[in-house]
Design a protein around this ligand. Structure first.
Ligand SMILES: Cc1cc2nc3c(=O)[nH]c(=O)nc-3n(C[C@H](O)[C@H](O)[C@H](O)COP(=O)(O)O)c2cc1C
Ligand SMILES: CCCCCCC(=O)C(=O)O
Length: 359
């Protein structure tokens, strides 16, 4: 039977994938407390629906940093889609564009960012990891600008990689046919070096990513690009207020899908304090644990302008290629549309905190 919800794709994808690749996708850090908590947080929030509202038409379209999108659901940046499907990020972005959704492409995309842009019909942002060698980051940003990417998403929760014990146990490394295609051989060789009892991705991160990045580094980033800047991984009101005061255009409330600091609070729970702290000065998105249209509606009610979805997109890609990605997004869109109708909120500007009863 065709999958009827996003969760159905999880089992289908698992059957298709090599076990250590699957574990790299699925895993979190440490005890995976935050990974589980991201999901559980949605179950603690309940709706307060209004009735006798005309919901004959529900409008989900909006703008993200000035870019029109058909729905407030986009694709979170994730490395190495070619572990799921040979077309990798090109297939993902094409499928997202077909439903009018935003795609955030990872620095560690397994297809060149130019090839992703060429195949995509929808808006693209580039996620940026800042390398020890600043010229590598700068060259990447120049290429993204030339290829038409509309914003940069700097991930700020990863000075080092969280300890993902599944990957350590598996001695996870990238197979030869899956490469970090945006970079030359010398920068990515460590990703393919198999070492029992170590994650090659973690080793590579330690060697290449700048762990000394600070708020002061943002001035450098600003000086080399005119693209709007989004910080991904902001989890407190204090950091959110600081970002807003520096003129950062967007924030993504995220704990990296439970893959970085284990024990950090669920992204949904961090959302209200971030929204309060920025007080409308920047756009706030969230990711982590979104699996249902009702999850999207809860996040919007708690102040997110949009949500990003991570693993379910990889499940769709692994199970059924670009059609699977398109179907995952359509399921979330259709569920959101139904939830808006049943909640008596036919447009996004009618969704606010009065819609939810949160702990
Ligand atoms: C396999 C995988 C790879 C990821 N790669 C990146 C990445 O390259 N850059 C980044 O900022 N976040 C990365 N993330 C984190 C996602 O952007 C996102 O924060 C998270 O997956 C959202 O949670 P969800 O998977 O529960 O939807 C990755 C997540 C996964 C599962
Ligand atoms: C910081 C360099 C390695 C990142 C690998 C991709 C990623 O973010 C992940 O969660 O996995």
């Amino acid at each position: 039977m065709r999958p009827v919800c996003v969760g159905d794709y999880e089992a289908l994808a698992r059957e298709k994938m090599e076990a250590s690749h699957w574990e790299y996708f699925q895993g979190g850090s440490g005890e995976e407390q935050t990974l589980r908590a991201n999901r559980a947080a949605f179950e603690r929030v309940f709706f307060r629906p209004r009735v006798l509202v005309d919901v004959a038409r529900c409008d989900m379209s909006t703008q993200l940093l000035g870019t029109p999108v058909s729905l407030p659901v986009g694709i979170a940046p994730m490395a190495y889609h070619c572990l799921a499907h040979p077309e990798g990020e090109v297939a993902t972005a094409r499928a997202a564009g077909a439903v009018g959704a935003l795609t955030v492409v990872s620095t560690f995309s397994s297809r060149k960012l130019e090839d992703v842009a060429q195949g995509a019909q929808g808006p693209l942002w580039l996620q940026v990891y800042c390398f020890r060698r600043r010229e590598v980051t700068e060259a990447l940003i120049r290429r993204a600008e030339a290829a038409g990417y509309k914003a940069l998403v700097l991930t700020v929760d990863t000075p080092r990689l969280g300890r993902r014990e599944r990957d350590v146990r598996n001695g996870f490394s990238l197979p030869a046919h899956v490469r970090a295609e945006n970079f030359g051989e010398e920068l990515v060789a460590a990703l393919h070096a198999r070492q029992p009892g170590a994650s090659a991705v973690a080793t590579h991160a330690r060697e290449t990513i700048d762990p000394s990045l600070t708020w002061e580094s943002l001035a450098w980033l600003r000086s080399i690009t005119r693209l709007p800047l989004v910080l991904k991984g902001v989890m407190t009101g204090e950091d959110a207020a600081r970002a807003a005061s520096l003129g950062i255009e967007g924030l993504i409330v995220s704990n990296h899908g439970g893959r970085q600091l284990d024990g950090v609070l669920p992204a949904l729970d961090a959302l209200p304090e971030v929204v309060r702290a920025v007080a409308g000065r920047c756009e706030v998105l969230m990711d982590g644990g979104v699996r249902r249209g009702t999850d999207v509606l809860k996040a919007l009610a708690l102040g997110a302008r949009a949500v990003l979805v991570g693993r379910p997109v990889l499940w769709g890609l692994a199970a059924a290629g670009p059609e699977g990605v398109g179907h995952v997004l359509s399921l979330l869109r259709d569920e959101l549309e139904l939830a808006m109708a049943l909640a008596g909120r036919p447009s996004l500007d009618q969704i606010d905190s009065s819609l939810v009863h949160a702990p």
